[in-house]
Design a protein around this ligand. Structure first.
Ligand code: NAP
Ligand code: ZN
Length: 352
């Protein structure tokens, strides 16, 4: 496989700061699109991977799966893109394309395992994949998305993960104008969940630990804010919600939120991966036909559907632009929930 070298930012170990390095990208094959990355969003999963929070990180780890940029080259069999087009890449760059899930456009549930944009097994190189904290990326056109031309490009980047991760469960659980939706945690995923649920016509409530975010949440479209540490406020929404999207990244007590579900309601965990503590009480679930479910990102067709919806409705992320060199400070601020509401890296800074 012939390759070329690009500048990137990555971590050499779970305790190391991210720093500049060079990585190899493959030369475009027949079905590949080569993209110059203009902006890349900063997801909490990037931090989890750089610091090996989930185990299984491979180093050097180059995170980044909220990628927007411009096509610089296409392979001979590419039909959807040409040089000069805007293009986007999310969390997936490959899957088997033949299993039952892939055939249903559910590549994120590929039965043979999807290839993540970073830290995935790269079928071309035999090594692992490197993400969007880099100058360029080369991806099979099936996994490349079209970007609506009317939106602020930098603010589109977070739609590729924070957007699709909340859109997919909102759609799966049929959220629409008569739904009452709650969102737990106002960060990258949470603020997109509010905007998208509002865009679908739902009544939306935010659960937050942080009183200082109330005005912002309302500005984003939330109809109400409940401070989750205030028992009286929690009781006031007992039995209310049809769907709750829980974006909290670390282990937390889910039981108080289950009691706020309506009969037959569903709480969808998208943030925390792992065993729940304290243990989940089945009584309110059984006595109210309630579900606690999970969901991971979204398929390629569904991601395109989301981008098109955002183009029509004028929905983008609220962003704070940073330089690539500021990534380590950005991670520290993310850990303190001090992001309003997504960092996006201006990749031009990597050229300096
Ligand atoms: P983020 O921007 O850091 O936002 C998380 C929010 O959760 C914070 O703003 C905070 O909101 C709340 N929070 C943080 N720590 C908490 C704690 N210990 N207890 C209670 N609430 C807490 O993170 P993000 O980028 O939105 O990602 C959220 C999680 O989703 C991460 O774990 C990420 O890896 C995961 N993720 C999953 C998928 C998927 O496909 N399922 C995709 C992308 C990301 P308040 O200040 O309002 O309380
Ligand atoms: Zn992500």
């Amino acid at each position: 496989m012939s390759t070329f070298s690009v500048k990137a930012f990555g971590a050499e170990s779970k305790t190391a700061d991210l720093k500049q390095m060079n990585i190899e990208r493959r030369e475009t094959t027949a079905k590949d699109v080569e993209i110059e990355i203009l902006y890349c969003g900063v997801c909490h999963s990037d931090l989890h991977t750089a610091r090996n929070d989930w185990g299984g990180s491979i180093y050097p780890a180059v995170p980044g799966h909220e990628i927007v940029g411009r096509v610089t080259k296409v392979g001979s069999e590419v039909t959807k893109f040409k040089a000069g087009d805007l293009a986007a890449v999310g969390c997936l760059v490959d899957s088997c394309r033949t299993c039952n899930s892939c055939k249903q456009d559910l590549e994120q549930y590929c039965l043979n395992g999807f290839t993540g944009t970073y830290n995935g097994k790269d079928k071309h190189s035999g090594g692992h994949t490197f993400g969007g904290y880099s100058e360029k990326v080369v991806v099979d056109e099936h996994f490349v998305l079209k970007v609506p031309a009317n939106l602020n490009l930098a603010a589109v980047a977070p739609l590729l993960c924070a957007g699709i991760t909340t859109w997919s469960p909102l759609k799966h659980w049929n959220v629409g104008p008569n739904s009452k939706v709650a969102v737990v945690g106002l960060g990258g995923l949470g603020h997109m969940a509010i905007k998208l649920a509002k865009g679908l016509g739902a009544e939306v409530t935010l659960f937050s630990r942080t009183p200082g975010k109330t005005d912002d949440a309302k500005g984003l479209g939330a109809d109400a804010v409940v401070i989750s540490t205030d028992d009286a406020q929690m009781k006031s929404v007992k039995g209310k919600f049809d769907v709750i999207i829980d974006t909290v990244p670390y282990v937390h007590d889910v039981n108080p939120y289950v009691t706020t579900l309506n009969i037959s309601g569903t709480l969808v965990l998208v943030g925390y991966l792992g065993g729940l503590e304290p243990i989940l009480n089945t009584v309110p679930m059984i006595m109210g036909r309630k579900s606690v479910a999970g969901s991971v990102i979204g398929g390629i067709a569904e991601t395109q559907e989301l981008l098109d919806f955002c183009g029509e409705k004028g929905i983008v992320s609220e962003i704070e632009m940073i330089k690539m060199q500021d990534i380590n400070q950005a991670y520290e601020r993310m850990l303190k929930s001090d992001v309003r509401y997504r960092f996006v890296i201006d990749m031009a800074s990597l050229k300096n």
